[in-house]
Design a protein around this ligand. Sequence first.
Ligand code: FNR
Length: 369
Amino acid sequence: MSKLFAPVQLTTPQGPGLKLRNRTVLAPMCQYSVTNRDGVPHAWHLSHLGARAAGGFGLVITEAAAITAQGRISDHDAGIWNDTQTHAWAPIVDFIHSQGAAAGIQLAHAGAKASTYAWLPQAAADGKVGSISAQDGGWETTGPSETDVFGLVSPAAMSVEQIKVSIQDWADAARRADEAGFDLVQLHGAHGYLIHQFLSPLTNTRTDEYGGSYENRTRYAREVIGAVRAAWPDHKPLAIRFSGDDWVEGGWRIEDTARFAAEAYALGVTAFDLSSAGIGKYYGPTGPGFQVPLATAVKHAVPDAFVTAVGMINDASQAEQVLVMGAADGVSIGRAALKNPNWPAAAAAELGAAQDEVPFAAQYWRAHW
Ligand code: FNR
């Protein structure tokens, strides 16, 4: 059997937990498809996530779901800050389960990168890019420090009081994710959003206990993890996605990520996904599998965790190679899964995994693959 289609069981603070039928993960991808600026997922989200659950992913992760209205990247983002949203996620989770996949939700707060126009073709054609104007309903953003690094309206620096409220927001969102039936919560700690803004010296210039030293810059993330872990059931795995490296001079580096991954693991995070960048002018590598070494570095730091690689992993043999080489435990697939929702089913066929080894939900069309 291929490594990619070997089932895996994630650990939790209570011991062995969530079982995945294979090691393919649908990467979180913003859909910018909420219709009423209310953060409520609907038929589009069911169709996007449902098709990929049917397509064979072991774990399907939602787009960045905002933990507060203020934390949305755009007003077209889905959220999980109220009961209406929670109830709307539940049938989507049920459908994902019916197809044999596990359901994860990425919890997110955009911080300084909130209140931007959704990346929709018409908005771009109308010149609506960057911070949403006041007349279009833009809102005040907050982050660790004021900054112009994103070329957006600067956020207000959060008070310690606001930081404490924000930590509670993450915990409340995790509790709602449990109510909706999700199996896994992934904290969005990557791509220059709020958690990453605290981690990186490029965006965190605070002089209090939340800024300055490594110890202080990681405090917010540690407290978020602690609060979420307390709110999220012990038998369910908690995951985090990092930008493993800013790939910017003076930024957050892979050595920091590996060190922090070990601390996060000690606090109960048992799954890690390794992306990169999102703050400042990028000078990092690109090309097939370019972020895999970041996953490998974290794997060495947390050998018992489930560590996934992401980024330009586009075909089956490439994904299989990542696992055969021991570079990661699984792969997250983004754009290739937009092109082909049945990416895992196709990969299984290509790798010669027998139908009965691959527990895809029974569907007539599979007989005619
Ligand atoms: C993304 N990505 C992303 N990442 C994330 O952590 N949360 C998100 O909501 C999004 N949204 C998003 C939307 C779209 C349309 C794309 C294409 C990407 C990044 C994504 O998860 C992934 O890391 C990258 O796309 C790289 O992987 P691939 O596409 O090369 O497999």
